[in-house]
Design a protein around this ligand. Structure first.
Ligand code: NAP
Length: 296
C-alpha cells in the first residue's frame, strides 16, 4: 500500500516544538516580509506564513510596496531592516516585477537574516557543506532554503534513508532543485538533476529510487514513469485549466505528479496539498528561530 508522506502532520509537530522554544526566549522572533504589489497568489502564501507565526508566537512585519517601486527604495528598506535588532529574518516574497533586479535585492539582505537562504553566501555554504555527510572545519552553517530543508525533514520523519539511494531531482532552480540536490548529496545519495532539456524523463525516473519533482508542470510524472519501489516527493503547486484538471481527475491545486495514478502504484508519495507546502512554511520558521538564536 502506498504510504502518504504527510507534511501537514509534521508541520504541526514542528509548530509545537517552535512554540515551546519561543516561549523560553526573552523576546519573540520577528520576520519581515516585503511584498511588491498586492498580488493575490503572493498574498495567499503570506497569509499562511502569518497564520503559522501566530500559532507559534512569532511576529510578522508585513510591508506591502507599490508595484512600480524604485529599486533604490527597496534596497534602502532592506538596509534599514538589516540594522533593526528587533527583526531577525527578512524575506522578499517572489516573484517580483521585472523592472527590479532580483539578484541585487536578494544580495542586499544580510546573510544572517536571510531565512529564505537565497543570498549567494547562504547558497554557497550549502555547496561547502554538501559532501560526505561530514561538516568541514571552519565552515559555518548557513540558512537553508525552506522548501529544500522541508523535503529532507519529511523524508527523515518517515525514516526514508537517502544514503546509497539513487535520487532524481526534477528542476534546477535556486529555490528548490539545486539546494535539495545538494542536501541529498550531503546525505550520501547518488543524485541526478533533470530539467526541461532532459531526454526520456520517464526512463530516467525508472532508473532512480527517489524522485523529487519541482518543475511546475501539472501531470508531468505519471504511471509511465513510476514503479512500486518509488518514493515520490511532489513539490509542484499548479492551478491548471479545467480541461487539464478533468484529464488528471484532480481538484483545484495539483502537483507535478498525477496523484491518482501514483497513489495506486508507488511505495510512498507526498500529496499536494498537504505535503511540501506546509513543510516549507514550518522550515521557514525553523530558520527564523535559528537566525534569532545565532544573533544572540
Ligand atoms: P522554476 O524556477 O520555474 O523552475 C522549474 C524547473 O523545472 C526548471 O529547472 C525547469 O527546467 C524544470 N522543468 C520545467 N519543465 C520541465 C519538464 N517538462 N521536464 C523537466 N523539467 C522541467 O520553479 P521553482 O521555483 O523551482 O518551483 C517549481 C514548482 O514548485 C512550482 O510549481 C512552484 O510553485 C513549486 N514550489 C512549491 C513550494 C511549496 O512550498 N510547495 C515551494 C517552492 C516552489 P529549465 O531549468 O531547463 O527551465
Amino acid at each position: 500500500m502506498t504510504k502518504i508522506l504527510d507534511g501537514k502532520k509534521l508541520g504541526k509537530k514542528i509548530a509545537a516544538k517552535l512554540k515551546k522554544e519561543i516561549s523560553n526566549l526573552s523576546t519573540s522572533p520577528m520576520l519581515a516580509i516585503i511584498q511588491v504589489g498586492d498580488v493575490a497568489q503572493s498574498s495567499a502564501y503570506i497569509d499562511r506564513k502569518k497564520k503559522f507565526a501566530a500559532e507559534i508566537g512569532a511576529k510578522v512585519h508585513h510591508i506591502i510596496l507599490p508595484l512600480d517601486i524604485a529599486e533604490k527604495d527597496i534596497l534602502d528598506l532592506i538596509k534599514e531592516l538589516n540594522e533593526r535588532t528587533d527583526i531577525h529574518g527578512i524575506i522578499v516574497q517572489l516573484p517580483i516585477p521585472k523592472h527590479l533586479d532580483r539578484f541585487a535585492i536578494m544580495e542586499a539582505i544580510s546573510p544572517s537574516k536571510d531565512v529564505d537562504g537565497l543570498t549567494s553566501r547562504n547558497a554557497g555554504l550549502i555547496y561547502e557543506r554538501a559532501f560526505g555527510g561530514a561538516d568541514p572545519k571552519n565552515v559555518p552553517a548557513g540558512l537553508i532554503p525552506a522548501t529544500a530543508k522541508g523535503i529532507i525533514s519529511l523524508l527523515k520523519e518517515n525514516k526514508i534513508a537517502l544514503s546509497g539511494k539513487k535520487v532524481l531531482v526534477i528542476g534546477r532552480s535556486l529555490l528548490v532543485g539545486k539546494p535539495v540536490a545538494m542536501l541529498c548529496l550531503r546525505e550520501n545519495a547518488t543524485v541526478t538533476i533533470a530539467h526541461s532539456k532532459t531526454k526520456d524523463l520517464d526512463k530516467v525516473c525508472k532508473e532512480n529510487d527517489i524522485i523529487i519533482v519541482a518543475a511546475g508542470k501539472a501531470g508531468l510524472i505519471g504511471k509511465k514513469a513510476l514503479t512500486k519501489k518509488h518514493i515520490v516527493i511532489d513539490v509542484g503547486t499548479n492551478t491548471p485549466s479545467k480541461k487539464t484538471l478533468e484529464e488528471i481527475g484532480a481538484k483545484k491545486l495539483v502537483g507535478d505528479v498525477n496523484f491518482k495514478e501514483a497513489a495506486k502504484l508507488v511505495a510512498a508519495i507526498s500529496p499536494v496539498p498537504g505535503g511540501i507546502g506546509p513543510m516549507t512554511v514550518a522550515s521557514l520558521f525553523e530558520n527564523l528561530v535559528e537566525a534569532y538564536k545565532r544573533g544572540k
